[in-house]
Ligand binder design. Structure first.
Ligand code: SF4
Ligand code: SF4
Length: 467
């Protein structure tokens, strides 16, 4: 049985499990690209077939039978073989269709998108793929986004909603969300959704049956969350989307002082019997590629399970969780997740304790809590913010950020870090080009002080280069 190299990322690990054939250049290109590759078949052959009748389902507020694994449509593949979140290339519609077909065949019936995803093209691509299936065989979730204040007027908002119906090729939306409440606090909530009459309009659309469930996604602190829940008598929230994973359960404030522990958010929703959607089950991918301490703990327990699968099991563990959203670009991600949810195995108390210890360890590392959402992009000065943070976090996890010249690991770690940084971040897009204009800061749902963190990383790079 192949054993995971502790420095492998999730995709590399799954490929290794899938068989050596996938490690060839040609197969790698095919798996990332547009053609109907055989990666899923090879993976199934090595690990056993993924059952088509074992998906875990939970009940929505109005009796909907929703798959516990929901398809997040913010990372559709492009013709360049990358995710549309990180690339300007066109979405690879044939590959999107293939992923959607495979997901539906294996029991996934919730697809979550937004007008803001994939640079505005996610809803169209999702609509094309889904409309090839009977409308009764899937649920659509989409959002009234709030990222551009020039779209906050009543007319612009209603137009945005109607475009969602058009692009998704449907005359009703199963789950409709006010996007990103908590960002900008109470004032932005009132300006964006209440004072302009937009929320009242959406409530009337729900009464007319064109919206089946009305809810919101949340990034912020508990006083704002409490306020939104106090409006439940008025708006009768049908569901809420929260950031939830085994680190944010008890340590959200240590990762980011302006977020809320998901234990609190979940418990408050449970008291009101409001079903919960989960975002960031992998905390921006960082829980799929943990440090050596955590990886060895998980691998010792179940060598064949991916590191990511533990985070997904945690995210779906509570019965009030209706669906765990995962953005899956590649077939091997989808297959790995399907193995976790078909069937779904709840965590034992001992496993929960182990994840709690791993979370304690995780927050002792100085990671940047970037989830790679790209909302801060594009930077007008070309800085590749998410890639810089991802590269830094990866090297922290690998123990490759060593600044003490007397440390025996210094030379090797220094070389590896600098090579990784050079390879992954184009020279003119590195942190030293940030002029600290602050334009990116208000867009970050994780409330990261982006210029400050970039400056810190740049100082580290300069120090290592001198060294
Ligand atoms: S602060 Fe730096 S990273 Fe942010 S927008 Fe300005 S130049 Fe770009
Ligand atoms: S810095 Fe913030 S806005 Fe930018 S990608 Fe990371 S989490 Fe998203």
């Amino acid at each position: 049985m192949p054993i995971m190299n502790l420095n492998m990322n999730r995709r590399e690990f799954i490929k290794t499990l899938s068989g050596g054939a996938l490690l060839t250049g040609a197969a790698l290109t095919t798996a990332c690209g547009s053609s109907e590759s055989g990666s899923a078949d090879i993976s199934s052959a090595a690990l056993g077939d993924i059952p088509t009748d074992k998906m875990e389902y939970r009940r929505g507020k109005h009796g909907e039978r929703v798959s516990l694994l929901g398809y997040g449509c913010m990372r559709w593949p492009t013709v360049a073989g990358t995710s549309a979140r990180e690339s300007d290339s066109d979405i690879d519609q044939a590959e999107v269709n293939r992923l959607v077909d495979y997901a539906i065949e294996h029991g996934v019936n919730l697809f979550d998108t937004s007008p803001a995803y994939c640079k505005g093209y996610s809803e169209r691509a999702t609509g094309i793929a889904l409309s090839r299936h009977p409308r009764s065989s899937y649920y659509i979730s989409t959002k009234l986004s709030n990222f551009a204040p020039d779209t906050w007027g009543y007319k612009q908002s209603v137009d945005m909603y109607r475009r969602s119906l058009e692009y998704l090729q449907t005359d009703y939306i199963d789950f409709y969300l006010l996007h990103g409440l908590g960002m900008g606090g109470l004032e932005n909530f009132r300006r964006r959704y209440v004072d302009n009459g937009v929320l009242d309009f959406l409530v009337s659309e729900r009464a007319a049956g064109r919206i089946r469930n009305l809810g919101f996604s949340f990034h912020g602190e508990t006083d704002m969350f409490d306020y939104l829940l106090s409006l439940n008598d008025k708006y009768d929230w049908d569901f809420v989307l929260i950031q939830h994973n085994f680190v944010d359960w008890h340590h959200a404030k240590q990762v980011n002082a302006r977020n809320s522990n998901s234990e609190y958010l979940y418990t408050e929703l449970e008291k009101l019997h409001i079903p919960v959607f989960v975002m960031e089950p992998l905390l921006g991918g960082s829980l799929a590629s943990l440090n050596q301490y955590a990886t060895s703990q998980l691998k010792q327990r179940e060598p064949q399970r991916s590191v990511a699968s533990w985070a997904f099991r945690f995210a779906g563990n509570q019965q009030g969780i209706l669906s765990v959203l995962s953005g899956m670009t590649y077939m091997e991600h989808l297959q790995d997740n399907l193995r976790t949810f078909c069937p779904f195995k709840p965590l034992s108390d001992e496993e929960l304790e182990m994840l709690e210890r791993i979370a304690d360890n995780y927050v002792s590392y100085p990671l940047v809590p970037c989830t790679a959402c790209q909302y801060c992009m594009p930077c007008p000065y070309g800085i590749d913010i998410p890639t810089i943070f991802a590269t830094y976090n990866r090297n922290i996890n690998r123990g490759q950020v060593v600044t003490d010249l007397n440390d025996p690991a210094y030379g090797k770690a220094r070389r590896r870090f600098l090579i990784d940084y050079q390879r992954n971040v184009e020279r003119e897009r590195q942190a030293d080009h940030c002029i600290e204009c602050n334009q990116c800061k208000p867009h970050c749902p994780q409330h990261i002080n982006i210029p400050k963190r970039l400056n810190g990383i740049n100082q580290l790079v300069e120090k290592l280069r001198e060294g």
